[in-house]
Write a protein that binds this ligand. Structure first.
Ligand code: MRU
Length: 371
């Protein structure tokens, strides 16, 4: 287990209550109590309902596969790494309940994992985490003497997925902060922060770390229509951490860049193909184009769990189409509401990973990352 998660409990039954981990020898970011996800004493998954932020901080508990799928689909839990962590924890919690009722078997788990993997299509971290749970389940069903032992193995793996993500966030924070000059103003899109991960974020981890290093950075957070993750979530968590943040509407990005008010752009990712094409929140591609036109470096930050080497390019990344109800359009108008877009590798200056920064040509640098 990552030592940072030990402070308030883990697989043994507690919840991790700080988003900025507490372990002083490896983590010294200021303490914050965002209480994003954890285990409840009853064994359920307890999470902060992100649809209600920033106005209300409401926690919900889910025990069943259906409830966790609903939470993922509705974006109560969201962000590529946190979707994977939530799915793994949801499978573990539901399996424990199933074992208590005497019904945890291979058929039940296969069906549950299959449905969980389809909760949302774009972030590959979901399938990645479910596959890890499948692997552990297969081993445990083969080895274990009783259903409770299978459930324990699943919970340990879910906790490992979470702990490893916290560790990867820390590493991306260090690698990403090195790209941020003293006094820089950094634009970020959507939410790739603590609210999207099991630790301090991906892109936003670089911002927290640079802030903590005393670089005196400022952050510009785009609103991120239609669900406003930038204005509601990124601005919320950065403000809580004391990082100076200014929200802009999405359509202000070009003029802000033209005024030379931005030194670099950094975003997260939901899936990265073998050639370095990046799927991320809708609007990311437009920001990358704008950054390139204005000679501003455009960076992406993502852990290795976000890479999908089975896809040669971004052309085949599945793009989630969300409900028309999310778009404020006149009745009678047709609505097209893609939740993600694909930024071509050619306009990405570098990708920050938990194993350091990879640069073009991405085909080779990404292959080396996984060697
Ligand atoms: O639809 P969401 O809110 O889940 O989209 C989230 C994003 O696009 C994030 O930028 C991405 O998952 C990176 S998270 C570290």
């Amino acid at each position: 287990m990552h030592p940072c998660n030990m402070a308030s409990g883990s697989a043994s039954g507690g919840k991790r209550s700080t988003v900025f981990p507490r372990h002083s020898s490896c983590c010294n970011l200021s303490l914050m109590n965002l209480d994003i996800i954890g285990w409840s004493p009853s064994g359920a998954v307890r999470f902060l309902d992100q649809t209600l932020l920033p106005r209300q901080e409401v926690h919900r508990e889910v025990h069943s596969i259906d409830d966790m799928i609903e939470a993922i689909k509705a974006l109560r839990v969201r962000g590529a790494p946190l979707i994977g962590i939530s799915a793994a924890m949801g499978l573990a919690a539901a399996a424990a309940r199933q074992a208590a009722d005497g019904g945890l078997n291979v058929a039940w788990f296969d069906e549950a994992a299959g449905r969980m993997a389809q909760a949302r299509p774009t972030a590959v971290n979901l399938v990645w985490a479910v596959n890890r749970m499948r692997h552990v389940a297969a081993q445990a069903f083969a080895d274990a003497t009783d259903q409770a032992a299978v459930a324990r193995a699943l919970r340990l793996e879910a906790q490992r997925i979470w702990d490893e993500d916290a560790e990867m966030c820390r590493a991306m924070g260090d690698a990403g902060a090195a790209l941020i000059p003293q006094g820089a103003t950094v634009l970020t899109h959507c939410n790739a922060g603590a609210l999207a991960t099991g630790g301090i974020g991906t892109a936003v981890a670089a911002l927290y770390t640079a802030h903590e290093q005393g670089k005196g950075i400022k952050v510009v957070s785009t609103e991120t229509r239609p669900l406003r993750q930038g204005a509601r979530l990124t601005a919320w968590e950065l403000s809580k951490a004391g990082v100076p943040v200014t929200s802009i509407v999405d359509s202000a990005a070009a003029s802000v860049m033209a005024r030379k008010a931005i030194d670099l752009v950094i975003t997260g990712a939901d899936r990265i193909a073998a050639n370095g094409d990046v799927a991320n929140k809708i609007g990311t591609y437009a920001l990358a184009v704008l950054a390139n036109v204005h000679d501003i470096p455009f960076y992406v930050a993502a852990p290795r769990s976000t890479f999908d080497l089975s896809l040669a390019s971004g052309a085949t990344i599945p793009i989630e189409e969300r409900s028309a109800a999310e778009v404020d359009a006149a009745p009678g108008a047709a609505v097209h509401n893609p939740a993600f877009d694909v930024t071509p590798a050619e306009i990405i200056a570098a990708i920050v990973t938990d194993r350091g920064v990879v640069r073009p040509p991405y085909q080779e640098s990404i292959r080396r990352l996984f060697d």
